[in-house]
Design a protein around this ligand. Structure first.
Ligand code: NAP
Length: 245
Protein backbone atom coordinates (compact mmCIF):
# COMPACT_ATOMS: atom_id res chain seq x y z
CA UNK A 1 0.00 0.00 0.00
CA UNK A 2 1.53 3.28 -1.14
CA UNK A 3 -0.10 6.59 -0.19
CA UNK A 4 -0.15 9.31 -2.85
CA UNK A 5 0.80 6.78 -5.50
CA UNK A 6 -0.79 8.27 -8.63
CA UNK A 7 2.16 10.35 -9.80
CA UNK A 8 5.69 11.60 -9.21
CA UNK A 9 7.65 9.69 -6.54
CA UNK A 10 4.70 7.64 -5.27
CA UNK A 11 4.01 6.32 -8.75
CA UNK A 12 7.65 5.28 -9.16
CA UNK A 13 7.47 3.40 -5.84
CA UNK A 14 4.26 1.59 -6.95
CA UNK A 15 5.80 0.56 -10.26
CA UNK A 16 9.00 -0.62 -8.57
CA UNK A 17 7.03 -2.89 -6.22
CA UNK A 18 5.15 -4.27 -9.20
CA UNK A 19 8.46 -4.94 -10.96
CA UNK A 20 9.37 -7.06 -7.91
CA UNK A 21 6.10 -8.98 -8.31
CA UNK A 22 4.22 -7.39 -5.40
CA UNK A 23 0.51 -6.66 -5.63
CA UNK A 24 0.04 -2.89 -5.26
CA UNK A 25 -2.70 -0.74 -3.80
CA UNK A 26 -2.36 3.01 -3.71
CA UNK A 27 -4.50 5.99 -2.86
CA UNK A 28 -4.84 9.32 -4.55
CA UNK A 29 -6.75 12.47 -3.62
CA UNK A 30 -7.26 14.63 -6.71
CA UNK A 31 -5.15 13.00 -9.45
CA UNK A 32 -7.83 10.63 -10.80
CA UNK A 33 -6.53 10.67 -14.37
CA UNK A 34 -2.93 9.94 -13.32
CA UNK A 35 -4.24 7.23 -10.96
CA UNK A 36 -5.92 5.44 -13.88
CA UNK A 37 -2.69 5.61 -15.90
CA UNK A 38 -0.64 4.22 -13.00
CA UNK A 39 -3.25 1.50 -12.51
CA UNK A 40 -2.99 0.53 -16.19
CA UNK A 41 0.81 0.27 -15.91
CA UNK A 42 0.51 -1.86 -12.77
CA UNK A 43 -1.95 -4.14 -14.51
CA UNK A 44 0.32 -4.53 -17.51
CA UNK A 45 3.11 -5.51 -15.07
CA UNK A 46 0.85 -8.48 -14.24
CA UNK A 47 0.23 -7.78 -10.57
CA UNK A 48 -3.04 -7.30 -8.74
CA UNK A 49 -3.60 -3.59 -8.23
CA UNK A 50 -6.10 -1.16 -6.82
CA UNK A 51 -6.43 2.65 -6.75
CA UNK A 52 -8.53 4.15 -3.97
CA UNK A 53 -9.64 7.76 -3.81
CA UNK A 54 -9.10 8.94 -0.23
CA UNK A 55 -8.32 12.29 1.36
CA UNK A 56 -5.86 11.50 4.14
CA UNK A 57 -6.58 14.77 5.91
CA UNK A 58 -10.01 13.38 6.76
CA UNK A 59 -10.43 10.79 9.53
CA UNK A 60 -13.50 9.14 7.95
CA UNK A 61 -11.75 8.86 4.64
CA UNK A 62 -8.77 7.14 6.34
CA UNK A 63 -11.11 4.66 8.02
CA UNK A 64 -12.80 3.88 4.69
CA UNK A 65 -9.41 3.43 3.05
CA UNK A 66 -8.41 0.76 5.59
CA UNK A 67 -11.80 -0.94 5.27
CA UNK A 68 -11.55 -0.98 1.51
CA UNK A 69 -7.98 -2.30 1.59
CA UNK A 70 -8.81 -5.08 3.99
CA UNK A 71 -11.98 -6.15 2.22
CA UNK A 72 -10.40 -6.14 -1.27
CA UNK A 73 -6.81 -7.18 -0.54
CA UNK A 74 -7.41 -9.08 2.68
CA UNK A 75 -4.01 -8.21 4.09
CA UNK A 76 -1.31 -5.60 3.65
CA UNK A 77 2.34 -6.62 4.14
CA UNK A 78 4.04 -3.36 3.23
CA UNK A 79 2.94 0.23 3.84
CA UNK A 80 4.68 3.26 2.37
CA UNK A 81 3.54 6.64 3.73
CA UNK A 82 4.48 8.93 0.86
CA UNK A 83 1.56 11.38 0.45
CA UNK A 84 2.53 14.95 1.17
CA UNK A 85 1.96 18.65 0.59
CA UNK A 86 4.69 21.25 0.38
CA UNK A 87 3.11 24.72 0.43
CA UNK A 88 4.91 27.83 1.73
CA UNK A 89 3.63 28.69 5.23
CA UNK A 90 5.79 31.57 6.56
CA UNK A 91 5.63 32.05 10.32
CA UNK A 92 4.63 35.74 10.11
CA UNK A 93 1.74 34.94 7.73
CA UNK A 94 0.46 32.21 10.06
CA UNK A 95 0.71 34.53 13.05
CA UNK A 96 -1.29 37.20 11.21
CA UNK A 97 -4.15 34.85 10.28
CA UNK A 98 -5.27 32.64 13.18
CA UNK A 99 -7.97 30.89 11.12
CA UNK A 100 -5.45 29.99 8.43
CA UNK A 101 -3.06 28.76 11.12
CA UNK A 102 -5.70 26.42 12.60
CA UNK A 103 -6.85 25.16 9.22
CA UNK A 104 -3.40 24.59 7.73
CA UNK A 105 -1.86 23.25 10.93
CA UNK A 106 -4.63 20.67 11.19
CA UNK A 107 -4.31 19.79 7.52
CA UNK A 108 -0.55 19.20 7.71
CA UNK A 109 -0.79 17.37 11.03
CA UNK A 110 -3.49 15.06 9.64
CA UNK A 111 -1.67 14.38 6.37
CA UNK A 112 1.90 13.95 7.63
CA UNK A 113 1.20 12.60 11.12
CA UNK A 114 -2.29 11.37 11.86
CA UNK A 115 -2.77 9.41 8.64
CA UNK A 116 0.64 7.66 8.77
CA UNK A 117 0.13 6.88 12.47
CA UNK A 118 -3.41 5.63 11.88
CA UNK A 119 -2.41 3.48 8.89
CA UNK A 120 0.73 2.31 10.70
CA UNK A 121 -1.35 1.34 13.72
CA UNK A 122 -4.22 -0.37 11.87
CA UNK A 123 -2.14 -2.13 9.23
CA UNK A 124 1.02 -2.49 11.35
CA UNK A 125 -0.73 -4.35 14.17
CA UNK A 126 -2.27 -6.74 11.63
CA UNK A 127 1.19 -7.30 10.08
CA UNK A 128 2.53 -7.98 13.57
CA UNK A 129 -0.22 -10.48 14.24
CA UNK A 130 0.58 -12.25 10.96
CA UNK A 131 4.27 -12.32 11.81
CA UNK A 132 5.84 -10.09 9.14
CA UNK A 133 5.54 -6.56 7.82
CA UNK A 134 7.35 -3.48 6.60
CA UNK A 135 6.53 0.22 6.97
CA UNK A 136 8.52 2.95 5.25
CA UNK A 137 7.78 6.62 5.86
CA UNK A 138 9.04 9.29 3.49
CA UNK A 139 10.19 12.20 5.64
CA UNK A 140 12.65 14.92 4.62
CA UNK A 141 16.43 15.35 4.87
CA UNK A 142 16.08 18.00 7.62
CA UNK A 143 14.86 15.41 10.13
CA UNK A 144 18.19 13.56 10.04
CA UNK A 145 20.44 16.31 11.34
CA UNK A 146 17.96 18.50 13.21
CA UNK A 147 18.01 21.16 10.50
CA UNK A 148 15.46 23.68 9.25
CA UNK A 149 14.94 26.29 6.57
CA UNK A 150 12.60 29.28 6.51
CA UNK A 151 9.02 29.65 5.26
CA UNK A 152 7.87 26.02 5.23
CA UNK A 153 6.99 25.90 8.95
CA UNK A 154 4.05 23.47 8.85
CA UNK A 155 5.60 21.05 6.36
CA UNK A 156 8.83 20.87 8.38
CA UNK A 157 7.23 20.62 11.82
CA UNK A 158 4.94 17.79 10.73
CA UNK A 159 7.71 15.93 8.85
CA UNK A 160 9.61 15.97 12.16
CA UNK A 161 6.45 14.46 13.64
CA UNK A 162 6.51 11.75 11.00
CA UNK A 163 10.11 10.96 11.91
CA UNK A 164 8.99 10.60 15.55
CA UNK A 165 6.12 8.33 14.55
CA UNK A 166 8.60 6.16 12.65
CA UNK A 167 10.80 5.69 15.72
CA UNK A 168 7.91 5.03 18.09
CA UNK A 169 6.23 2.49 15.78
CA UNK A 170 9.60 0.80 15.17
CA UNK A 171 9.66 -0.04 18.88
CA UNK A 172 5.94 -0.81 19.19
CA UNK A 173 5.75 -3.15 16.21
CA UNK A 174 9.04 -5.01 16.69
CA UNK A 175 10.18 -7.71 16.26
CA UNK A 176 7.78 -8.79 13.49
CA UNK A 177 7.49 -5.47 11.69
CA UNK A 178 10.25 -3.03 10.75
CA UNK A 179 9.55 0.71 10.49
CA UNK A 180 12.08 2.93 8.74
CA UNK A 181 12.27 6.22 6.91
CA UNK A 182 13.70 7.60 3.72
CA UNK A 183 14.81 11.21 4.11
CA UNK A 184 15.14 12.86 0.71
CA UNK A 185 16.57 16.22 -0.20
CA UNK A 186 15.54 17.65 -3.55
CA UNK A 187 13.89 15.09 -5.85
CA UNK A 188 11.32 16.81 -8.06
CA UNK A 189 10.77 20.51 -7.36
CA UNK A 190 7.14 21.50 -6.78
CA UNK A 191 5.50 22.99 -9.92
CA UNK A 192 5.37 26.46 -8.34
CA UNK A 193 9.20 26.77 -8.02
CA UNK A 194 10.72 29.06 -10.68
CA UNK A 195 13.75 27.79 -12.67
CA UNK A 196 15.81 30.41 -10.77
CA UNK A 197 14.71 28.98 -7.41
CA UNK A 198 15.61 25.47 -8.55
CA UNK A 199 19.01 26.71 -9.74
CA UNK A 200 19.66 28.33 -6.35
CA UNK A 201 18.80 25.08 -4.55
CA UNK A 202 21.02 23.02 -6.87
CA UNK A 203 23.95 25.37 -6.14
CA UNK A 204 23.67 24.50 -2.45
CA UNK A 205 23.78 20.73 -3.07
CA UNK A 206 27.36 19.39 -3.05
CA UNK A 207 26.52 16.86 -5.80
CA UNK A 208 24.69 19.62 -7.77
CA UNK A 209 21.69 17.42 -8.51
CA UNK A 210 18.51 16.16 -6.92
CA UNK A 211 17.79 12.47 -6.46
CA UNK A 212 15.67 10.77 -9.10
CA UNK A 213 12.30 9.32 -8.14
CA UNK A 214 13.78 5.96 -9.18
CA UNK A 215 16.52 6.30 -6.56
CA UNK A 216 13.96 7.00 -3.83
CA UNK A 217 12.03 3.90 -4.95
CA UNK A 218 15.31 1.93 -4.63
CA UNK A 219 15.79 3.31 -1.10
CA UNK A 220 12.30 2.11 -0.15
CA UNK A 221 12.90 -1.36 -1.55
CA UNK A 222 16.29 -1.50 0.19
CA UNK A 223 14.58 -0.91 3.55
CA UNK A 224 11.80 -3.38 2.79
CA UNK A 225 14.31 -6.11 1.94
CA UNK A 226 16.36 -5.55 5.09
CA UNK A 227 15.85 -7.88 8.06
CA UNK A 228 18.10 -5.90 10.39
CA UNK A 229 17.01 -2.30 10.05
CA UNK A 230 14.29 -0.70 12.10
CA UNK A 231 14.15 2.94 13.17
CA UNK A 232 16.80 3.48 10.49
CA UNK A 233 16.98 6.32 8.02
CA UNK A 234 18.23 6.37 4.46
CA UNK A 235 19.39 9.93 3.77
CA UNK A 236 19.41 10.75 0.06
CA UNK A 237 20.20 14.45 -0.18
CA UNK A 238 23.15 14.85 -2.56
CA UNK A 239 25.23 15.86 0.45
CA UNK A 240 23.09 18.92 1.34
CA UNK A 241 23.33 18.14 5.04
CA UNK A 242 27.16 18.33 4.89
CA UNK A 243 27.15 22.12 4.90
CA UNK A 244 27.89 23.68 8.24
CA UNK A 245 27.10 27.39 7.95
N1 NAP B 1 9.78 16.29 -4.33
C1 NAP B 1 10.84 16.57 -3.58
O1 NAP B 1 11.80 17.21 -4.04
C2 NAP B 1 10.89 16.10 -2.16
C3 NAP B 1 11.91 16.56 -1.29
C4 NAP B 1 11.94 16.08 0.03
C5 NAP B 1 10.99 15.18 0.46
N2 NAP B 1 10.01 14.76 -0.40
C6 NAP B 1 9.01 13.80 0.07
O2 NAP B 1 8.98 12.70 -0.83
C7 NAP B 1 7.63 12.23 -0.99
C8 NAP B 1 7.25 12.24 -2.47
O3 NAP B 1 7.46 13.54 -2.99
P1 NAP B 1 6.54 14.11 -4.18
O4 NAP B 1 7.12 15.42 -4.55
O5 NAP B 1 6.32 13.07 -5.20
O6 NAP B 1 5.17 14.35 -3.38
P2 NAP B 1 3.94 15.27 -3.83
O7 NAP B 1 3.86 15.27 -5.32
O8 NAP B 1 4.06 16.61 -3.15
O9 NAP B 1 2.72 14.52 -3.16
C9 NAP B 1 2.46 13.15 -3.43
C10 NAP B 1 1.00 12.88 -3.45
O10 NAP B 1 0.44 13.13 -2.16
C11 NAP B 1 -0.95 13.17 -2.36
N3 NAP B 1 -1.66 13.94 -1.36
C12 NAP B 1 -1.46 15.23 -0.98
N4 NAP B 1 -2.40 15.59 -0.07
C13 NAP B 1 -3.19 14.51 0.12
C14 NAP B 1 -4.33 14.25 0.93
N5 NAP B 1 -4.86 15.18 1.70
N6 NAP B 1 -4.88 13.04 0.87
C15 NAP B 1 -4.37 12.06 0.08
N7 NAP B 1 -3.29 12.24 -0.71
C16 NAP B 1 -2.72 13.45 -0.69
C17 NAP B 1 -1.17 13.84 -3.71
O11 NAP B 1 -2.21 13.11 -4.37
P3 NAP B 1 -3.12 13.76 -5.53
O12 NAP B 1 -2.15 14.24 -6.57
O13 NAP B 1 -3.98 12.64 -5.94
O14 NAP B 1 -3.89 14.90 -4.90
C18 NAP B 1 0.19 13.75 -4.39
O15 NAP B 1 0.15 13.19 -5.68
C19 NAP B 1 6.76 13.14 -0.12
O16 NAP B 1 6.56 12.56 1.14
C20 NAP B 1 7.61 14.40 0.02
O17 NAP B 1 7.34 15.15 1.20
C21 NAP B 1 9.94 15.20 -1.69
Amino acid sequence: MVTGGAKRVGREICLRFAAHGANVAFNYRSSGKEAQETLRELQSAGVRSMAIQADLSDADSCRKLVKCLLSDFGHVDILVNNASEFPRTPLAELAGDPERFEREFNYHAYLHMRAPLYLGMELGLRMKQKGWGRIVNITDRVTVKGQAYRDWVLYLVTKYGLYGITQVLAEELSPEVTVNSVAPGLILPPPYFTPQEVEQILKRIPLRQGASAAEIASDVVHLVLSDSKTGSVVLTDGGTGLHAL
